[in-house]
Design a protein around this ligand. Structure first.
Ligand SMILES: Cc1ncc(COP(=O)(O)O)c(C=O)c1O
Length: 362
């Protein structure tokens, strides 16, 4: 067969592949473990699963043979009630991931810059590259905060989009309001990712009222336990949402996701209880992890905990845990050399994790 690689876009050829998470059934098979025993603490999912009412509604859904509504009328109305904004200020997507991509497509021309503060959610750099733009990655401070004095020195002339994340994944800290205000006052669009808002209870959504250059992203993958159904949303001014609605693929949110989402939003107290429990488990786990000499633990406003590993190789630690059926996230980037991120699981899962960490780290 003749070579075809020269036909591919340079941007696609040069891209580092997004490192997806290996599904637990495949890991179990690879390691010869029982899948039901795998403790999955690597993707910040809801460890309890979604509400039984959602599973029931999904099993009773009658319209899976019909395309979803491209205008997302019911979906946007349901989200609008939850988010307390008008439906025409909401857009739903195949996860928050899709809205990140749509914002890049709407705003970024090839070779322009998209600014964000690293370490942060790694999918941003992937989508920026996919959209043929350049990632202006500004390092955070050692404690992962962002300093306004430094921000003010950044040249924004080639930048039409800034991506901020609060609480930030993977550091778990909230965004500094003065940094957001600074960017909102510039001639650019701010995409603020609040995927973990339900765990922090802190939102900047009030700023949408006075800033038509702000879009806030949220997801149903985390506290609502719908990661496998892929649904998230953006909220912002009509000036931003209308063009995003125009360019989005018509049927990206599927009918099952729509059924699940509307049922979730009718069962908010169920999820509030789960969030309360996860926050309690997070705080308990933080205190326990802090007792381990080889871990430097960072406080978190989210459903995951970042730790620096001292005096032990984090890759090896992650591998050792995996061999015991416990999956965590390990980082080896410039800003996160020898770090791990642990999602908050059920209390029994965190107890197993702590026992194994003690066994491995001594
Ligand atoms: C900060 C952040 N934003 C967005 C997402 C993606 O959300 P979704 O599953 O809705 O695409 C994630 C997933 O881990 C995340 O951590």
């Amino acid at each position: 067969m003749k070579p075809i690689e020269h036909l591919f876009c340079k941007s696609a050829k040069d891209m580092t592949p997004y490192s997806p998470i290996e599904p637990p059934d495949q890991i179990a098979r690879r390691l010869g473990l029982n899948e039901a025993k795998i403790i999955k603490l690597d993707a910040n999912e809801n460890p309890f699963g979604t509400a039984p009412a959602v599973i029931k509604a999904l099993s009773e859904g009658q319209y899976y043979h019909i395309y979803p509504d491209p205008a997302q009328v019911q979906l946007r109305e349901a989200i609008a009630r939850y988010a307390d904004y008008d439906p025409d200020m909401i857009i739903a997507g195949t996860g928050a991931d899709e809205i990140i991509d749509l914002c890049c497509r709407l705003l970024v021309e090839p070779d322009q810059m998209v600014l964000s503060f690293v370490p942060t959610f790694s999918y941003y750099s992937h989508v920026i590259a996919l959209n043929k733009a350049k990632f202006l990655a500004i390092p955070r401070e050692a404690d992962f905060t962002i300093k306004l004095e430094k921000v003010k020195k950044v040249d924004l002339s080639k930048c039409k989009l800034v991506i901020l994340c609060s609480p930030n994944n993977p550091s778990g800290n909230l965004l500094e309001e003065e940094v957001l205000d600074y960017f909102l006052a510039q001639d650019l669009v701010v995409m603020l990712d609040e995927a973990y808002y339900e765990f922090s209870g802190v939102t900047f959504k009030e700023k949408i009222k006075n800033h038509n250059n702000l879009i806030i992203l949220r997801t149903f993958s985390k506290c609502f336990g719908l990661a496998g159904l892929r649904v998230g949303y953006g909220m912002g001014s009509r000036d931003l949402i209308a063009p995003l609605m125009k360019i989005k693929p018509p049927f990206s949110v599927n009918v099952a996701a729509e059924v699940a989402l509307t049922t979730c939003l009718n069962n908010l107290s169920f999820y509030q209880e789960q969030v309360n429990e996860m926050v309690q488990i997070r705080e308990w786990t933080l205190a326990q992890l802090a007792e381990l000499e080889k871990l430097k633990v960072y406080s978190s406003r989210s459903n995951f905990i970042l730790c620096r590993v001292d005096g032990f190789d984090a890759a090896e630690l992650s591998k050792e845990l995996e061999n015991r059926g416990i999956l965590i996230r390990y980082f080896a980037t410039n800003q996160l050399r020898n770090f791990i991120r642990i999602s908050v699981g059920r209390r029994d899962q965190m107890e197993s994790l702590l026992t194994e960490l003690q066994n491995i780290l001594g």
